[in-house]
Structures are given as structure tokens and as C-alpha cells.
Design a protein around this ligand. Structure first.
Ligand code: PGA
Length: 254
């Protein structure tokens, strides 16, 4: 049996000032202190909150993530953030290719590929997001859309590059809408993705890679989703903002 440690990750998006984020991180640290070793927790606050949140996480096992990074190491790229800067702020993870970036900020599979490369080169753990829209799902294109995002996003990567990779399946129609994929829909897609990853690289790699589900995960549906054999965690937006609620997700087994 592959050992894929479940990862419950909170994407705080453009919410919380540094002060608010630090307070939430402090509360979350206390609320999840008893969560044990068999689940990993990550939070991704906005850039300006990273250092303050990191200070609150001292002594806790909660990992820090960023919501994006630029592909260049440094230079004249006003408004961008480089991998080294994230590492210096205490990040171990970085979310890449979130559908909001694809939808509102011109992110493409090609820029996702470059960002993932930068994350890998710097030793960060990329959480690569892919997902189909409602129109694509209704047209029966779910698998072909996801396959393309996966293949293009990871084009030219060799196995050795992918050891720290996490994939997040986030159906666009389920993000922030209250509509969740059923656990069966999530399982069906995750199993498909694992098969694709095995055929693109190899089976051993595919079996150890974590595939998270994201899209309206909440306390009432987390256990059912996590019970699926190919769902290895959750990437949570709205329900990660309140420490009490997010802690319930971390304790999904209870
Ligand atoms: P949501 O967001 O949980 O608010 O649907 C998920 C995500 O965007 O990662």
C-alpha cells in the first residue's frame, strides 16, 4: 500500500491582513496541536502575511505556503515574487496555476510550467492546480481538459524533478460556489489522473504522489471525500479562513 500522508491545505486567497493572518495562525496552531502525525497541514496566506504567520508557526508542524511565484530568480519584474523570497519568508509549499489565476490573471499552462520549474529548482513543493469548467464538464471534456493541463504544465519534467510535487484537482464549477463534486466524481477524476501520471512517468511515482481535491470542501463533506482511495487531501478556500472550521477539516477522522 503506498503511504501518501494526507495534506489539508488552506488557501487564504486575498483575505486577512498580516495581523489578522497571524492571529488566525496562532489559533489554528492551538486547535490542531493534537492532530497527530498522520495528517499534514499547510496554510497559504497572502504574501505580505507570510513572515508574520511564520513567526506564529514556530514550534508547530503546520507548513507555510505561498499562493504564487514568478519563474525568474530575480530582476526587473515589478510586483513579482521569486522562489528565494518565499523560502526566506519560511515557505515550503507554493500553489501554482490556481483557476483564479488562470481566469483573472492570464495564467496559462505554459506559465504554470515555468513557475513549477522555478519552484522545483528552488526546492519548494509545488501544489499544481488543474480543473475543468462547468461548460467543459457538460460537454464531456473533463478528462481531455485535465490531461492537457497536466501534460503541458509538466512538460519536459523528468521523474527526479517531481518528487515534491502535489496535484490539486479543483473543478472550477465547485470553487467558492458551494457546489462540491460528489466523492464519486472526485474519486473518478483522481483515479484517472493517477493513471495518466503512471503512463507519463511511472507507476511507482503515480502511487506515491498526493492528489488533493479542492472546491467547497467543508466539515460536512470532508470525511466522505477523504474516504475515497485516491483523494489524498484537500485544498480549501472559504472554509479555511475560520480557524475553528479549518481545524474541523484537519480533524476529519473524528
Ligand atoms: P473554496 O475554494 O473551498 O472556497 O471552494 C477552493 C480553492 O479555491 O482552493
Amino acid at each position: 500500500m503506498p503511504s501518501r500522508k494526507p495534506l489539508i491545505a488552506g488557501n487564504w486567497k486575498m483575505h486577512k491582513t498580516g495581523t489578522e493572518a497571524a492571529l488566525a495562525a496562532r489559533q489554528l496552531t492551538a486547535l490542531t496541536a493534537d492532530a497527530g502525525d498522520d495528517v499534514e497541514v499547510m496554510i497559504a496566506p497572502t504574501f505580505t502575511a507570510l513572515s508574520q504567520v511564520k513567526a506564529e508557526l514556530a514550534g508547530s508542524t503546520i507548513e507555510l505556503g505561498a499562493q504564487n511565484l514568478h519563474w525568474e530568480e530575480k530582476g526587473a519584474f515589478t510586483g513579482e515574487i521569486a522562489a528565494d523570497m518565499l523560502i526566506d519568508a519560511g515557505c515550503t509549499y507554493v500553489i501554482i496555476g490556481h483557476s483564479e489565476r488562470r481566469q483573472f490573471f492570464g495564467e496559462t499552462d505554459q506559465t504554470v510550467n515555468k513557475r513549477t520549474r522555478a519552484a522545483v529548482n528552488a526546492g519548494l513543493r509545488p501544489v499544481l492546480c488543474i480543473g475543468e469548467s462547468e461548460v467543459e464538464r457538460d460537454a464531456g471534456q473533463t478528462f481531455s481538459v485535465l490531461d492537457k493541463q497536466l501534460q503541458n504544465g509538466l512538460e519536459s519534467f523528468v521523474l527526479q524533478d517531481l518528487q515534491r510535487l502535489v496535484i490539486a484537482y479543483e473543478p472550477v464549477w465547485a470553487i467558492g460556489t458551494g457546489k462540491t463534486a460528489t466523492s464519486e466524481q472526485a474519486q473518478q477524476v483522481h483515479a484517472h489522473l493517477r493513471k495518466q501520471l503512471a503512463s507519463l512517468w511511472d507507476d511507482e511515482f503515480a502511487q506515491q504522489l498526493r492528489i488533493l481535491y479542492g472546491g467547497s470542501v467543508k466539515p460536512s463533506n470532508v470525511a466522505e471525500l477523504m474516504a475515497m482511495p485516491d483523494v489524498d487531501g484537500a485544498l480549501v478556500g472559504g472554509a479555511s479562513l475560520d480557524p475553528e472550521t479549518f481545524s474541523q477539516l484537519v480533524h476529519y477522522k473524528k
